[in-house]
Design a protein around this ligand. Structure first.
Ligand SMILES: Cc1cc2nc3c(=O)[nH]c(=O)nc-3n(C[C@H](O)[C@H](O)[C@H](O)COP(=O)(O)OP(=O)(O)OC[C@H]3O[C@@H](n4cnc5c(N)ncnc54)[C@H](O)[C@@H]3O)c2cc1C
Length: 234
């Protein structure tokens, strides 16, 4: 695995991808690559000079695929100095990136079940985009939990990967005319949609509450620790 290195990356553009959620695109440094599922630590030098390390840095999974022309990260907007400063970037402005890091990487083969809450979709978007670009296929089911479709980052794009991966959206809020799954992801929902639920690798990403709840569900299937890959977004 490549050792993380420090890069200066130039902001290119941003796009809305859900309610209060944006995708930030940056120019890719020459020769830089990563494995889908890895993350970067971004640092804003101007905050670092008058704030704390915690104010100036955040970890973000790559939301883009290695084969994409740009690198991309997505996050929910917040009042933090870090995100407020990111919102003021104009094309050509730079930030620091220390990357690639992280071991939330799929094993080379076998069935995969993704259990994803909200913005936890970023590494899965990277994985699915790369599989689409390189023509890879395997048994995969994505359970994607959000309050409403408008709150679901990349709702349309993720839905469009249904030839690559079975997509099971589940909405925890009230949604008019929704005929898909509702409520939290449960053992019953997983069993109904993913016949290989007893011998898949589980890939779990979201808030700590979500990751802990899903790990408990998966434990009821007798899945051992080595078959669970997780990223806890806090
Ligand atoms: C491997 C990994 C990948 C992640 N990927 C994503 C992603 O793709 N999208 C996404 O939205 N979020 C991601 N996160 C979470 C992200 O790093 C932020 O914590 C989150 O977005 C909240 O940031 P905020 O500025 O809105 O929150 P705040 O409410 O300001 O931060 C929450 C608290 O965490 C502290 N904190 C946050 N980051 C750091 C840091 N790097 N060092 C020290 N303290 C810190 C803050 O000081 C504060 O106390 C990821 C986290 C990890 C560990």
């Amino acid at each position: 695995m490549t050792t993380p290195q420090k890069y200066t990356i130039a902001f290119h553009a941003k796009q809305d991808v859900a309610v209060r959620t944006e995708l930030f695109l940056f120019e890719k440094p020459a020769g830089f690559t990563f494995i889908p599922g890895q993350f970067a630590t971004l640092r804003i030098p101007s905050i670092a000079t008058h704030g704390t390390v915690a104010d100036a840095t955040r970890a973000f999974s790559f939301a883009s695929a290695p084969s994409d022309e740009m690198i991309a990260f997505a996050w929910r907007q917040s009042e933090s100095a870090f995100k407020q400063t990111m919102d003021t970037l104009t094309p050509g402005d730079t930030v620091e990136m220390i990357a690639p890091a992280g071991r939330a990487i799929l094993p080379p083969d076998g069935a995969v079940i993704f259990l994803i809450g909200g913005i936890g979709i970023t590494p899965v978007r990277s994985i699915l985009r790369e599989m689409r670009a390189t023509g890879q296929k395997r048994d995969m089911t994505l359970f994607y939990s959000n309050r409403t479709p408008q709150d679901a980052p990349f709702f349309d794009e993720i839905s469009s990967y249904d030839d690559l991966c079975k997509i099971v959206h589940t909405m925890t809020g009230a949604v008019e005319n929704w005929d898909g799954e509702t409520g939290y992801i449960t053992a019953d929902v997983i069993r109904r949609h993913a016949p290989y639920y007893k011998n898949a690798t589980y890939y779990v990403v979201g808030t700590s509450g979500f990751v802990h709840a899903m790990t408990d569900v998966v434990a009821t299937f007798g899945i051992t620790h080595e078959k669970i890959i997780s990223d806890n977004f806090g």
